[in-house]
Design a protein around this ligand. Structure first.
Ligand SMILES: [Zn+2]
Length: 365
């Protein structure tokens, strides 16, 4: 029996996002193909999520937005007033075939993730993690906010201490806005400073909200110190459940951030954080380098499900990595290990003063 469940839906592997978008890289399809090539997917450890219903979506999103988005998705267009009000049909949040269904499936996946986690298994929903979505509009490639629904499902089940940790390179602003008035949810976000959406400053921290804006090019050693300090701080919170947004744009080589974690540092952080609560959910998030995203999320899945991590990849797994393409990354910047291994080498480095200041800030609120 698998101790972890991989949540998916066929719609996540379909073509989406058009041509000129950082997410037009078929992340879920390559992840599934790669895990399958490693023998890590089976009917025993995978679950297909439903589309969230309109009724479920309205537990957080406004009815006006849901209906406008549904219509725009069906028509593949929206008028200027609707575009301005709901931020859909833009370059950032484009309309494409079945975008509404795809976003609804992400929400359905997060609801299922919470149910699975409450049942005692670790839930992994890599197509989730749309942490910028707002109640009444899209934001930052996120149409709905599926992490909100994972948390709401946990709260509805009677939990009163939920820890949300967001390790995506961008501030988890949508989730913070959704729960900042709900004392049952404590939130931590580690994100690169001076990067969109430019929120999540240290000065905004309080008993319930812990933002850690990180200096450029953070390495594994610095990240491990911060994660250890977070784990120490939140032991006392005694969380009943933890929801992690594991955006892979914090990995070295991502075109949309300068963060420089290896996938070993990334997975180590997630494993330490998961020890903070008995009910465990890991969602996806950003990640715009198809090689680093595919390998890192596969590595998480392998570790969560208890598979042995291979040092040498079988040819079919190497073929998946060799077949990836990305307009945002120059050919000469593609590292050989991105195509023929699953684990990075590790990126240890010096600890800068800024990191010690951030650790010190953790005891101040
Ligand atoms: Zn991100």
């Amino acid at each position: 029996m698998s101790k972890a469940i991989f949540i998916t839906n066929p719609i996540f592997a379909s073509d989406a996002w058009g041509n000129n978008h950082p997410l037009a890289i078929s992340r879920q399809r390559s992840l599934l193909d790669f895990c399958s090539a490693l023998g890590w997917t089976s009917s025993q450890n995978m679950a297909i999520c439903d589309f969230a219903s309109l009724n479920q979506l309205s537990q957080f999103h406004s009815e006006e937005y849901i209906l406008a988005f549904q219509k725009a998705s069906r028509d593949l267009k929206i008028d200027a007033a609707g575009r301005a009000e709901f931020s859909i049909g833009t370059l950032e949040n484009p309309l494409f075939d079945k975008v509404f269904e795809r976003a609804s499936a992400s929400v359905g996946g997060s609801i299922l993730a919470a149910e699975i986690a409450l049942g005692g298994k670790v839930a992994f929903h890599p197509a989730g993690g749309t942490h910028h979505g707002r109640k009444d509009k899209a934001s930052g490639f996120c149409y709905f906010n599926d992490p909100v629904f994972a948390i709401l499902t946990l709260l509805e089940a009677g939990l009163s201490r939920v820890l949300y940790v967001d390790i995506d390179a961008h501030h988890g602003d949508g989730v913070e806005l959704a729960f900042k008035a709900d004392k049952r949810v404590h939130m931590v976000s580690l994100h690169e400073e001076n990067r969109w959406p430019n929120s999540g400053a240290l000065k905004d921290n309080c008993a319930q909200i812990c933002n850690l804006p990180l200096p450029k090019a953070i390495n594994d050693s610095e990240y491990a110190i911060l994660i250890d300090a977070i784990c120490e701080k939140y032991v006392d919170f005694d969380a009943q459940a933890i929801v992690i947004v594991a955006g892979a744009d914090c990995l070295k080589g991502d075109p949309l951030s300068t963060m420089a974690l290896s996938n070993l540092g990334f997975v180590s952080a997630i494993e330490k954080l998961l020890k903070l609560a008995p009910v465990k959910i890991v969602l996806g998030g950003g990640g715009y380098n198809p090689w680093t995203v595919t390998r890192a999320w596969a590595l998480i899945w392998g570790r969560l499900a208890g598979f042995e991590i291979p040092l040498a990849l079988p040819p079919s797994a190497r073929d998946v990595l060799s077949g990836l393409e990305c307009d945002l990354i120059d050919e000469e910047d593609i590292l050989p290990e991105w195509r023929d291994s699953i684990q990075d080498k590790g990126n240890a480095g010096e600890i800068r003063d800024e990191i010690n200041i951030l650790v010190g800030s953790l005891s101040k609120f």
